[in-house]
Write a protein that binds this ligand. Structure first.
Ligand SMILES: Cc1cc2nc3c(=O)[nH]c(=O)nc-3n(C[C@H](O)[C@H](O)[C@H](O)COP(=O)(O)OP(=O)(O)OC[C@H]3O[C@@H](n4cnc5c(N)ncnc54)[C@H](O)[C@@H]3O)c2cc1C
Length: 471
C-alpha cells in the first residue's frame, strides 16, 4: 500500500477522507459481486458525490496510471463491476450520485444521476404520474449507471425496449477526466455519430456515465396478469403472436418458466397448485397494460384466454383480480434467480435466439447435455417474448456441485455452440464482464473485434477503464 500512499492522500483531499475506503472492512462489501462468483481487490473504494468529483478523481487516476472500476449496485452477473485480484485498481462507487436532477413532464423525460437506484427512478416517475418502464428483479439494488453500462433489459423490453431504447442523452466523464455533456432530451438528433450509443453497453470500459436523460411513458390505467399452462414451447410462440394480434391492450411481458423452475419456490408453487394444474410442462406469465379501465382489460384478457384455450394453445389459466394477486404471480418469477442458488453450483447462460428457433434449440440442447452428463437438470426461464432465455444447468443433487464445476467449460461450449447454430447470442442482457471475455473473440468476427479494439484505444488510450472486462 505504501506505493499508493500519495494517490490515496490526493483522493482524500479531493473528496474527503471519509469517502476513501482503504481498510479491508470498508472495502470488502464492494469487492464481491451479487452472485459471489467474483471477488477482487482494490487500492481503495472511492465514493464521489457529483460529476465534478468524479472528473477530478479520473484526472488523478489518469495522471497516476491507476486503473478504474466504475461500480453501481454490483449486481452484474458477469463480474463486470468487480475489480481484478491484483489490487491495483480504484473502485469508483456511484452510490452518492443519487439525485433526480429534472423531471420535464411536457417533454416526458427524467434527468438523473447515474447512482440513482432503479426502483427510486421508477418511484420518481410514478409520483409525477408517469412510467419509467425498465423493470428487473435487481431493481432495488441496481443503478441507472449500471443499467446503462450493461444496456439492461428485463421484463418489459417487449413493449418499451431495453435501456438503449429508453435513453435520450448521457453525461460522461471520459478516461482523461473531461466531461461530455450529452444530456439532450431530443427524440430526433442526427448530428453525427451517436456517442451515447457507444457508452451504453460499454460496461465501464470507455468512461464513467454520471447522469442520463431518460424517456417517460403514460402510466397505464390498468394492468392484468395471468399465469397459463402450456403443453410445449411451440404453443408459447403461437400464444405470443395471438396475444399481439387479438388484444388491443399492449402485451408488456411474456415470461416463459419451466415447471422445474417454479418448483424451486415451493411455498408459492403450493398456493398456485390449488388454482392451476402445473404438474408438467411449462407456464407463461403474461401481462397486458392498457389505458382502459381494469374491468374492460380483465374482460379482454378473459376473452383472449378463452380463444387460446379453444385453439389448444393453453391448458389452464389463472388471472389476477387484484394488484396483490398480480404481485404474487410476479413474485414466483422474481424469486427463481435466488431460489436456484440452493441447488449448488449452477452454470448460467443468458442467451437470446430468434423466437422461431427457441423450441428446436431447447429440445436438441437438452438431448446433447444429457449425453454429456446425465446428472444435470435444466432450469429454464426468461423473457421469451424478446427471445431471451436464462438457460441454467444445475446438478441433480447439491453434492455433485464439484463435478458440475469441472464440467463447466464443456457445458458452456456445448450450449453456446447450440446458441450460434440457431443464430443466437451468448449474452442477451447481462453483458460480457469477465465471465465471457475469453470467449468473445470466438463468437464475434475478427472484423468486429478489431473495430471494438480501435474504439477502446481511441477513447481510452492509457487503457485505465475497467481492465479485464469485455476485451
Ligand atoms: C436477481 C437478478 C436479476 C437480474 N435480472 C436482470 C434482467 O432481467 N435484465 C438485465 O438486463 N439484467 C438483470 N440482472 C443483471 C443486473 O442487475 C443488471 O446488469 C444491472 O443493469 C446492473 O446494474 P448495477 O448498478 O448493479 O451495475 P454494476 O453491476 O455495478 O455494473 C455493471 C457494469 O456496468 C459498469 N458500470 C456501473 N456503473 C457505471 C457507470 N456509472 N458508468 C459506466 N459504467 C458503469 C460496471 O463497471 C460494470 O461493468 C439481474 C441481476 C440479478 C442479481
Amino acid at each position: 500500500m505504501e506505493q499508493y500512499r500519495h494517490f490515496i492522500e490526493c483522493c482524500q483531499k479531493l473528496i474527503g477522507a471519509e469517502y476513501v475506503y482503504i481498510s479491508d472492512a470498508d472495502k470488502n462489501p464492494f469487492l464481491t459481486d451479487w452472485s459471489k462468483r467474483y471477488t477482487g481487490n482494490a487500492i481503495a473504494v472511492l465514493r464521489p458525490k457529483n460529476t465534478q468529483e468524479v472528473a477530478e478523481l479520473v484526472t488523478l487516476c489518469c495522471e497516476e496510471n491507476i486503473s478504474i472500476v466504475p461500480q453501481g449496485g454490483n449486481t452484474s452477473l458477469c463480474g463486470g463491476a468487480t475489480p481484478q485480484s491484483k489490487g491495483s485498481s480504484a473502485v469508483i462507487s456511484m452510490s452518492r450520485l443519487n439525485q433526480i436532477r429534472e423531471l420535464d413532464l411536457d417533454n416526458s423525460t427524467i434527468t438523473l444521476d447515474a447512482g440513482v437506484i432503479l426502483s427510486h427512478a421508477q418511484d420518481a416517475a410514478l409520483n409525477a404520474g408517469k412510467l419509467f418502464p425498465l423493470s428487473l428483479a435487481a431493481e432495488g439494488s441496481c443503478t441507472i449507471g449500471g443499467n446503462l453500462g450493461t444496456n439492461a433489459g428485463g421484463v418489459q423490453v417487449l413493449r418499451y425496449g431495453n435501456m438503449r431504447d429508453l435513453t435520450l442523452g448521457v453525461e460522461v466523464v471520459t478516461p482523461t477526466g473531461s466531461v461530455f455533456n450529452g444530456l439532450r432530451g431530443l427524440r430526433k438528433d442526427n448530428t453525427g455519430y451517436s456517442l451515447k450509443d457507444i457508452y451504453i453497453g460499454s460496461e465501464g470500459t470507455l468512461g464513467i456515465i454520471t447522469a442520463a436523460t431518460l424517456k417517460l411513458y403514460p402510466l397505464p390505467q390498468s394492468k392484468v396478469t395471468s399465469l397459463v399452462t402450456i403443453k410445449d414451447i411451440d404453443c408459447a410462440i403461437k400464444l405470443i403472436h395471438q396475444a399481439r394480434e387479438r388484444c388491443n391492450a399492449d402485451l408488456t411481458a411474456f415470461e416463459l418458466i419451466s415447471t422445474r423452475a417454479i418448483n424451486l419456490v415451493p411455498n408459492k408453487a403450493r398456493n398456485l397448485r390449488s388454482k392451476l394444474d402445473i404438474l408438467s410442462g411449462w407456464v407463461v406469465l403474461l401481462e397486458f397494460s392498457s389505458m382502459d379501465k381494469e374491468e374492460q382489460s380483465q374482460l379482454q384478457l378473459e376473452t383472449f384466454l378463452g380463444e387460446a384455450f379453444e385453439l389448444e394453445l393453453i391448458t389452464d389459466a389463472v388471472i389476477s383480480t387484484s394488484i396483490q394477486q398480480s404481485k404474487d404471480l410476479w413474485s414466483i418469477r422474481e424469486n427463481i434467480p435466488e431460489a436456484q442458488l440452493k441447488l449448488g453450483n449452477i452454470v448460467k447462460h443468458d442467451i437470446s435466439l430468434p423466437i422461431s428457433n427457441i423450441a428446436n434449440f431447447i429440445e436438441e440442447t437438452e438431448v446433447k447435455l444429457n449425453m454429456l452428463w446425465p446428472s444435470m437438470q435444466t432450469i429454464i426461464f426468461g423473457h421469451v417474448g424478446d427471445g431471451n432465455l436464462h438457460y441454467n444447468l444445475a446438478p441433480i443433487s447439491p453434492e455433485l456441485s464439484e463435478e458440475i464445476e469441472e464440467k463447466r467449460p464443456l457445458i458452456n461450449e456445448l450450449v453456446h455452440n447450440q446458441v450460434y447454430k440457431y443464430s443466437g447470442s451468448f449474452s442477451a442482457e447481462h453483458g460480457i464482464g469477465q465471465a465471457k471475455r475469453e470467449e468473445l473473440p470466438l463468437r464475434k468476427s475478427s472484423v468486429e473485434i478489431e473495430l471494438m479494439r480501435k474504439i477502446k484505444k481511441a477513447l481510452d488510450p492509457k487503457n485505465i477503464m475497467n481492465p479485464g472486462k469485455i476485451l
